[in-house]
Design a protein around this ligand. Structure first.
Ligand SMILES: Cc1ncc(COP(=O)(O)O)c(C=O)c1O
Length: 366
């Protein structure tokens, strides 16, 4: 679509657009991958923060073994781009979706998370009818209290029941420590994450004692991977969003060693009074709620109000020199809910447009 703009300087482009600093994103990918590898684990990054096959492939080049998705349709997008090892870390319910997973097994090798026999039985039937085998892992509730099978006997019984079915293959377990990401005291955070991972390890041991396959123990997000990677028993980490290193992860989750890579390029469209500027990037362009965006290069400017099409800055000191027509960048506070508002990522090196990647998984909700 916008490929003809390649080679253009950032300052010459229409706004608002979603920008990646490619050098920084590459460095973040390398840092995450190296960290996880150094702990002897695999990296299976969640792609919900980018939903873009080109970025998933870059993660694979940096050593990811596969990807994690939330939806069948996201997995279909990744499979169409040639990625085979895809964990769908959400419960798949409904005959049509189950048939789609079975079809996916014919040209990829997905893994589906389940927490109840009622999800796995129709999947097994659909796969058996097609003559394919779908890998399954059990999501265990390690304290997030969202989905998840109860650890212990319930998980073991479900694993045994899955093992008796044709069409599916039990290969392991997963748990997500999403409730522990923002604990400010790092000692307490580590203790609680270790406790959660011990719950997973115990479940793994139960499966292994029963001669069931538990070669995958999947966990972790960006807000926790620097701790979860150290936990015994965990075999792979699902952290994805760290490639953009949103302020949410750095400020609320104390994640270190990653640099901001995702911004919105915006234009000052109004300067009603000395202490206020208004940008053209409201809530239809960005999601400011979980963590306030940072005005790059203008430490004395603060985002104070965001409505549908307007983003209001309060200005102090030097930033009061901003004038109508100036272009500036907002560091995206939390990427997940922002990227899905855009058709494409604009990738820059040294502020020159190098690539435009359509966000192919955008709107893939089924
Ligand atoms: C199942 C699962 N895994 C991993 C993550 C972490 O993703 P990220 O690293 O992008 O924050 C999440 C976040 O919601 C999740 O739900």
């Amino acid at each position: 679509m916008s490929q003809s703009l390649i080679g253009t300087h950032k300052q010459e482009l229409d706004t608002p657009i979603l920008c990646i600093d490619l050098d920084t994103m590459d460095a973040n990918m390398k840092s995450m991958s190296d960290f996880i590898k150094s702990r002897g684990k695999e990296w299976r990054p969640h792609q919900k923060c980018h939903k873009t096959p080109a970025i998933a492939w870059k993660q694979m080049e940096y050593g990811a073994t596969g990807v994690t998705c939330a939806k069948v349709s996201e997995a279909e997008v990744m499979a169409a781009a040639g990625i085979e090892d895809i964990l769908i870390a959400n419960m798949i319910v409904g005959q049509r979706k189950v048939e789609r997973v079975a079809a996916l097994c014919q040209h990829a090798d997905p893994i589906v998370a389940v927490d109840h026999f009622a999800q796995v039985e129709p999947l097994a039937a659909a796969c058996h009818a097609r003559g394919v085998l779908c890998r399954v892992i059990i999501e265990v509730n390690i304290g997030l209290d969202r989905v998840g099978c109860r650890p212990g006997a319930d998980t073991l019984e479900l694993a045994k029941a899955i093992d008796r079915l044709e069409g599916v293959d039990i290969v392991g377990i997963m748990g997500y420590e999403g409730h522990l990401l923002c604990i400010p005291d790092q000692v307490e955070k580590r203790e609680k994450i270790e406790h959660g991972m011990n719950v997973l390890k115990h479940c793994r041991d139960l499966l292994l004692e029963a001669n069931l396959d538990c070669s995958i123990v999947s966990a972790g997000g960006t807000g926790s991977y620097q701790i979860t990677s150290d936990c015994e028993g965990v075999t792979e980490l699902q952290c994805g969003g760290g490639i953009f290193a949103d302020p949410f992860y750095r400020n609320q989750c104390a994640v270190e060693g990653l640099e901001y890579a995702l911004t919105i390029l915006a234009t000052v469209v109004s300067r009603p009074v000395l202490e206020r500027a208004v940008l053209d990037c409201g809530r239809k362009t960005q999601y400011p709620d979980l963590e306030t965006p940072i005005v790059k290069g203008h430490p004395e400017a603060t985002v104070t109000r965001v409505s549908a099409e307007h983003c209001q800055l309060d200005l102090e000191g030097e930033s009061r020199n901003l004038k109508i027509g100036d272009k500036l960048e907002l560091i995206v506070g939390y990427a997940d809910h922002t990227t899905v508002l855009h058709d494409a990522f604009y990738g820059f090196r040294n502020d020159i447009l190098e690539t435009v990647w359509p966000i192919a998984g955008r709107g893939k909700l089924q």
